[in-house]
Design a protein around this ligand. Structure first.
Ligand code: LIP
Length: 264
C-alpha cells in the first residue's frame, strides 16, 4: 500500500491540473447547466469537466481505487477511495467571486490520510497528510489557539433550501451577538483551510457533504484544530464544526441547544 505522502502528491498534481483547466476554460459568465436541490443549487459544465478530468487522472494512475465525486457519485470498490469536489463554491465560480476550490481527499480503510484544497483564483494549494502536518506554500499551518468565543471570528455557510436557510438564520441570530463577527466565504473546503491558516478562528455549518469537508477537515485537524459534529460525533452533513480545542467546545455548547441539525 502506498503512503499518505505518495497519495498526497498525486492528489496535489491532479488538483493543480484541474485548477489550471478551470482557469483556462472559465468564461466571463459561466452558464448554469442544471440545478440540483433547489433553483440556487447549480452545476456548470465546468463542474462536470473538472470531475471528468480528475476521475480520468485517478483511474490512469490507480485503476482499482473507488471514487466518490459530487457530480458523478460513487464508483468502484476497495480499500482506497478518492473523495472529490470538482468545484467547491460553485456559486462564487458562477459570479467570478475569487473563492472557489478543487478539493480532493484520499481515504484508506475509511480514514482520510491525505487532502488537497486548491483555492484556484488565489493560487493557494493547501495540503495535509495524516500525521505530517498541514502546509501552504512551504509553510506549516497552525490554527489560532486560546481565542475565547466572544473574540472569535467565525466562518459559516448556508444551504440551498429555503426551510433549511430559515433555521440557519435563526441559529445565526443567536451566534452573531456572541462572537467577534461572522464570515460567509461560500466554499466549505476553503473555510476549513482558513481555520487551518488562522484567517478565521472557527467554522460551523449545517449541510456540507463529505466531498466538501473531507480534504479541508484533515487540513484543519493537521493544523491543530478539532473537527467534528455535535455531541462527539464525527463531522457529518448534520453539522461540521471546526476550531482549536477550547473554542470548539464553546462553539459546540452554544450551538447544541439551538438544534442546528433540523431543517424546519
Ligand atoms: C457549497 C459549500 C458552501 C455551502 C453550500 C454548498 P458547492 O458547495 O461549499 O460553503 O455553504 O451550502 O455546500 O455546492 O459549491 O459545491
Amino acid at each position: 500500500m502506498d503512503s499518505g505522502v505518495t497519495f498526497g502528491r498525486l492528489a496535489e498534481e491532479i488538483a493543480r491540473e484541474a485548477g489550471e483547466m478551470l482557469l483556462a476554460k472559465r468564461p466571463a459568465r459561466p452558464e448554469v447547466l442544471v440545478t440540483k436541490s433547489s433553483p440556487t443549487d447549480v452545476v456548470t459544465a465546468l463542474d462536470q469537466a473538472s470531475e471528468e478530468l480528475i476521475r480520468a487522472r485517478i483511474k490512469a494512475a490507480r485503476p482499482d481505487d473507488a471514487i466518490l465525486g459530487e457530480e458523478g457519485g460513487s464508483t468502484g470498490g476497495g480499500r482506497v477511495r478518492w473523495i472529490v469536489d470538482p468545484i467547491d463554491g460553485t456559486v462564487n465560480f458562477l459570479y467570478g467571486v475569487p473563492e472557489w476550490a478543487v478539493s480532493i481527499a484520499v481515504e484508506v480503510d475509511g480514514e482520510v490520510i491525505a487532502g488537497v484544497v486548491n483555492v484556484v483564483p488565489r493560487g493557494e494549494i493547501f495540503t495535509a497528510v495524516k500525521g505530517e502536518g498541514a502546509w501552504l506554500a512551504g509553510e506549516r499551518l497552525r490554527c489560532n489557539t486560546g481565542v475565547p468565543l466572544d473574540r472569535a471570528l467565525i466562518a459559516t455557510g448556508f444551504g440551498y433550501e429555503s426551510r433549511r436557510r430559515a433555521v440557519q438564520a435563526e441559529v445565526l441570530a443567536h451566534v452573531l451577538p456572541r462572537v467577534r463577527d461572522i464570515r460567509r466565504g461560500g466554499s466549505a473546503a476553503s473555510d476549513l483551510c482558513s481555520v487551518a491558516a488562522g484567517r478565521v478562528d472557527g467554522y460551523y455549518e449545517r449541510g456540507p457533504q463529505y466531498w466538501d469537508y473531507g480534504a479541508g477537515g484533515l487540513i484543519a485537524a493537521e493544523a491543530g484544530a478539532r473537527v467534528g459534529g455535535l455531541n462527539g460525533k464525527p463531522c457529518n452533513p448534520g453539522l461540521t464544526l471546526c476550531a482549536a480545542p477550547g473554542l470548539f467546545e464553546e462553539l459546540h455548547d452554544l450551538l447544541a441547544p439551538l438544534d442546528p441539525e433540523r431543517d424546519g
